[in-house]
Design a protein around this ligand. Structure first.
Ligand SMILES: CCCCC/C=C/C(=O)SCCNC(=O)CCNC(=O)[C@H](O)C(C)(C)COP(=O)(O)OP(=O)(O)OC[C@H]1O[C@@H](n2cnc3c(N)ncnc32)[C@H](O)[C@@H]1OP(=O)(O)O
Length: 257
């Protein structure tokens, strides 16, 4: 891989954006590699949780602006569609995903973080969608995901002013789940991932699907999805284990079966 590093450690699949001299700006190559490594981790049984982060002082400063010089309306549309497809894929992965935001998360970088299930940020991080300052606007799904994450008023403010906000403010408005010091970011993120790894991966996968797609559907469809998925959970060994463990007053050990 040219633009991302990967490793698997203790059930965690790490995807590390690796263009630190360009603040991990997302070019076409990185988009392609992100898709490939995410697919590999989705299919690898050793990976229970996927964590995205960046090398150096940024998570990612967004799409690579230097590539914009060559774009016309059609190629820009195609670039945006490709980026969107990759972000949609990352969002749809059946395993829990965490964006570990170590520094700048701007533009397409924040859009990548928004495609993850959870965002844990360092106090020093700065977040925003500054595309409007380039005469464009978010194109990797941000116009839709940010509104759903924090509500229309704040989302419109962030996108239409292009202001960057510190991690603490991002936490206050519900854009990130947790803010910790940079020195404890990795440890705290691993601890959070550990909590997820104790759960049934099948129940998590069904739950994630119901939350994501149920909430984008009419209420009745979402509620139907919830009941159907709830029934499906009863076909698993994990459900039997969870219920038996409670009744036998012991900790459940889920096998993902
Ligand atoms: C077609 C589909 C598009 C999908 C929608 C997404 C759009 C976007 O994401 S547009 C990009 C939005 N992001 C930005 O506008 C942020 C741009 N960067 C900055 O404003 C600053 O770099 C900074 C505030 C994040 C950090 O400033 P500073 O600490 O002073 O660092 P430098 O500016 O010197 O940056 C170091 C190095 O990195 C290059 N770089 C930074 N961001 C990008 C980027 N988004 N694209 C390409 N290159 C970037 C910067 O040019 C420097 O490179 P050198 O000059 O070669 O050292």
């Amino acid at each position: 891989m040219e633009t991302v590093e990967t490793k698997i450690e203790n059930g965690i699949g790490w995807i590390i954006l690796n263009r630190p001299d360009k603040l991990n700006a997302i070019n076409l190559k990185m988009l392609e590699e992100l898709e490939e490594v995410t697919k590999n981790f989705e299919e690898n049984n050793d990976v229970k949780v996927i964590i995205f982060t960046g090398n150096g002082k940024a998570f990612s400063a967004g799409a690579d602006i230097s590539q914009f010089k060559e774009l016309n309306s059609i190629s820009a549309w195609n670039f945006a569609k490709k980026g969107r497809r990759v972000m949609d894929y990352i969002e749809s992965v059946s395993k829990p995903t965490i964006a570990m935001i170590n520094g700048y998360a701007l533009g397409g970088g924040l859009e990548l973080a928004l495609a993850c299930d959870f965002r844990i940020a360092a106090e020093e991080a700065s977040l925003g969608l500054p595309e409007i300052n380039l005469g464009i606007y978010p194109g990797f799904g941000g116009t839709q995901r940010l509104v759903r994450a924090i509500g229309k008023a704040k989302a419109m403010e962030l996108m239409m002013t292009g202001d960057k906000i510190p991690a603490k403010e991002a936490e206050r408005i519900g854009l990130v789940n947790k803010v910790v010091s940079l020195s404890s970011l990795k440890e705290e993120t691993i601890k959070f991932a550990g909590k997820l790894m104790e759960k049934s991966p099948i129940a998590l996968a069904i739950l994630k699907h119901v939350i994501l797609y149920g909430n984008d559907s009419p209420l009745l469809d979402g509620l139907n999805m919830e009941s159907l998925g709830w029934g499906v959970a009863f076909s698993t060994e994990d459900e039997k284990e969870g219920v038996n463990a409670f009744l036998e007053k012991r900790k459940a050990i889920f096998k993902g079966k």
